[in-house]
Design a protein around this ligand. Structure first.
Ligand code: TXA
Ligand code: MG
Length: 338
């Protein structure tokens, strides 16, 4: 199959592919999504094939306005309405009780709940509206790899496997949406940290819990996708943290092993240690967690185009703002701290 690269002005053609049950990758504010008509079971199955995604991992449903949500869920609690009003369109996925039979069963992977969001991207909203369908869409990467933040990343992973990519430029947030479970009204719970922080959610609905799995791997995650290998580039990633061995020792160690170092870090660290690396990728100023989040996946992918044999990545503070960034980096590094 030839994968067409479409401009936002060619949305009609992209929508046509969706109506015909084909896959179209599209930009959102978080990462590029791999979209299919969420009501068409055959189409949704193609997503799992193209990504090599485990079939027990449900997909997020993208709609163009909050009015469409009631078609697909049993009930919309008042907390959900307040969050939708505050943050949609935006990087928040809300898990609610699914109204059975209204979506492809493959979307929910057999669960009785469904995750829904309205993406903050004009081309995504136009695609949903023109196709006249809710779009089931995971991140448009091959399973296990860093999520795509440009059309080029999608093309690299999906060329020949999907009908089209709508290229609407780089994504703004750079990390996926926050997944919030509201199926138990008394206990709103973050299943996956993301573009909206815990504090931002709490400002609207009060106390929000974190899925215990996020801090202790001993528990099974409530969000099936959290248990898989994730966000990993070809080279092994090691996190260098202030409480660990320190940059000098770590660099000395890998140089002695004849490894070629790729350095993924803030400007200051690159200034100081860049001379020991065969390639560097700056995440911006250390205080600017937003920029670091936007650039993380592009940075991880960048080293695949270089001679680096390992990636040393700088740890950021796990503050409210840096929490999602560190969650993704830890997974990319499979928990390897030095
Ligand atoms: O920002 C995003 O959320 C991007 C863009 C494309 O919208 N999408 C995305 O999808 O990250 P994906 O499939 O890569 O991740 C979806 C996550 C997975 O961890 C999945 O297990 C979880 O959401 N999820 C989806 N439906 C769920 C449900 N009913 N219950 C619990 N977790 C759910
Ligand atoms: Mg993903």
């Amino acid at each position: 199959m030839e994968t067409e690269r479409l401009q936002p002005e060619e949305i009609e053609r992209a929508a046509q592919f969706i109506r015909e049950g084909e896959l179209v990758a599209f930009q959102t504010e978080t990462v590029y999504g791999l979209g299919a008509d969420a009501t068409n079971d055959e189409a949704v199955k193609k997503i799992y094939q193209a990504k090599g995604r485990p079939s027990d991992n449900p997909l997020i449903v993208h709609v163009s306005s909050k009015d469409q949500v009631k078609q697909y869920v049993e009930e919309i609690p008042p907390e959900a309405v307040r969050l939708m009003d505050a943050f949609w369109p935006g990087p928040l996925t809300i898990i609610l009780k699914h109204k059975k039979g209204t979506l492809s069963e493959t979307v929910t992977a057999g669960l009785d709940t469904v995750g829904i969001r309205v993406p903050d991207s004009s081309s995504a909203l136009k695609l949903i509206e023109t196709a006249g369908k809710p779009l089931a869409a995971p991140s448009a990467n091959t399973s296990g790899r860093p999520s795509p933040t440009t059309a080029e990343h999608v093309y690299h992973d999906m060329e020949g496997k999907i009908a089209a990519i709508v290229d609407d430029g780089e994504t703004g947030v750079g990390l996926e949406s926050t997944v919030l479970d509201l199926t138990d009204r008394n206990q709103p719970t973050i299943l996956r940290p993301g573009g909206l922080s815990k504090k931002e959610l709490e400002r609207i609905i009060g106390p929000v819990a974190l899925d215990p799995y996020l801090s202790s791997q001993a528990q099974a995650p409530k969000s099936p996708g959290m248990k898989y290998r994730h966000y990993s580039p070809e080279e092994p990633v090691y996190i260098v943290s202030e409480s660990g061995h320190g940059w000098n020792k770590v660099i000395e160690y890998f140089e002695a092993q004849n490894e070629k170092i790729g350095l993924l870090a803030s400007e200051d660290i690159i200034q100081t240690y860049g001379k020991h690396a065969v390639a560097t990728f700056s995440l911006g100023r250390k205080e600017d967690t937003q920029t670091a989040s936007r650039l993380l996946y592009a940075g991880l992918r960048f080293f695949e185009t270089t001679d680096a044999t390992i990636i040393l990545a700088e740890a950021y503070e796990e503050s409210d703002e840096g929490y999602a960034f560190m969650n993704r980096l830890e997974k990319a590094a499979a928990g390897n701290y030095l």
